[in-house]
Design a protein around this ligand. Sequence first.
Ligand SMILES: [Zn+2]
Ligand SMILES: [Zn+2]
Length: 274
Amino acid sequence: MSLFVASLNSGSNGNCYYIASHSEAILVDAGISCRETDRRLRRLGLTMQNVKAIFITHEHSDHIYGLPSINKKYRIPVYISTKTLLKAQLKGIEAYNFKPYEPIKVGDLTVRAFPVPHDAHDPHNFIVSNKAVNVGVFTDIGNITEHVIHNFEQCHAAFLESNYDIQLLDAGSYPIALKNRIRDGFGHLSNLQAAKLFVDHRPTYMSHLFLSHLSRNNNSTDIVRNLFNSLTRGTEIVVASRYKETKLYSINASGSGKKEPYRGIVAPVQLDLF
Ligand SMILES: [Zn+2]
Ligand SMILES: [Zn+2]
């Protein structure tokens, strides 16, 4: 059985990833408005009706901005660590705590959190599974840790942060304190760190790598494409956009990239009204 995945937006202006089986879906992070989340799902033929839970990595606004408006409209359970919840000062949401590596069942999906180093209160990333297929979200990570490696090695598909080009960051106009914050081990992964993780720890069955959370000022799609296109070894490389959704990708257990059609609830057809 496949998992179906899409990035709805990826970057410091908002992060939201859709991961689904045929019967359930979850969002990892809710960093764009409810209206925009709805609109992008609709363009993919999807609907929030399928989304049974939202998992929050950490309290930075590019990961929670849309949560109040989504909560107001849909009242979806939110899995968020207690420390993150307190720091984020989110009120009125149906919040559930999680512990690292403790499986959380959402229908036929199982989600496990693992800790990551990042300049937030209690940052985590997630790996989502339907028994046969594992999809990981690896963003806002200052450094590659054993937790990151252990989870990445199990993924049929991964959203992997490739935040900045070292030279562009170095030569850029950011104040030195901000440059250091990005690269000091509790900020973000550089393109080279992401590439090294991919080369050293990619499982043979990884069919898709979604390069994520690209910096607007210190990176470009061309730079990451040039770097990763020489390293693919059969994995399809997708650059997740800061401005729009990706396609909906079908991820299967063989890692062959063979497409299974999505049979979940689809968005009602919108008729143009004149
Ligand atoms: Zn972020
Ligand atoms: Zn962050």
